[in-house]
Design a protein around this ligand. Structure first.
Ligand SMILES: [Zn+2]
Length: 151
């Protein structure tokens, strides 16, 4: 069975969002169009607690995009984004959701907990595929580098 995995197409990764990807909104109509071609559509959703370990704001004296050691692993520090229950964490407006079979939330605890989802996305979505608005900006930092770092 073929499946379409839409990765982190969320408000905070769109222009104007907390961790915006330039032109990130352009992936939405493509993702919507592709959904019809797949019998199974699932999405991942960054869903961080406010005290998430990847947020620079939770490490006094540290800056966004700075690298730290977090529980023995290198971690890039991000701006606060996709906090559980906030508008920025919602799936992007305009993303068709009727056909989505499952939403896999990730980054849901303080530390690094996205292993399973990152393994899936790294293997299924080759570079250049439509995998979410976030990928273009943070591909070098995200699932492709697991477990070295995650956002
Ligand atoms: Zn994140």
């Amino acid at each position: 069975m073929k499946a379409l995995i839409l990765v982190d197409i969320q408000t905070d990764f769109l222009p104007g969002g907390a961790l915006a990807v330039p032109n990130g909104d352009k992936v939405i109509p493509v993702a919507n169009q592709l959904q019809a071609a797949f019998p199974l559509v699932v999405v991942t959703q960054d869903w961080h607690p406010a005290d998430h370990g990847s947020f620079a704001a939770n490490h006094p004296g540290k800056k966004v995009f700075e690298q730290i050691d977090l529980n023995g692993l290198p971690q890039t520090l991000w701006p606060v984004h996709c906090v559980q229950g906030t508008p920025g964490a919602e799936l992007a407006p305009g993303l068709q959701s009727e056909g989505i079979a499952k939403i896999f939330t990730k980054g849901t605890t303080w530390a690094l907990t996205t292993t399973a989802v990152c393994s899936i996305t790294a293997n299924v979505n080759p570079p250049g595929s439509v995998s979410g608005s976030k990928r273009k900006a943070s591909q070098q930092f995200s699932c492709a580098d697991w477990p070295r770092t995650t956002a």
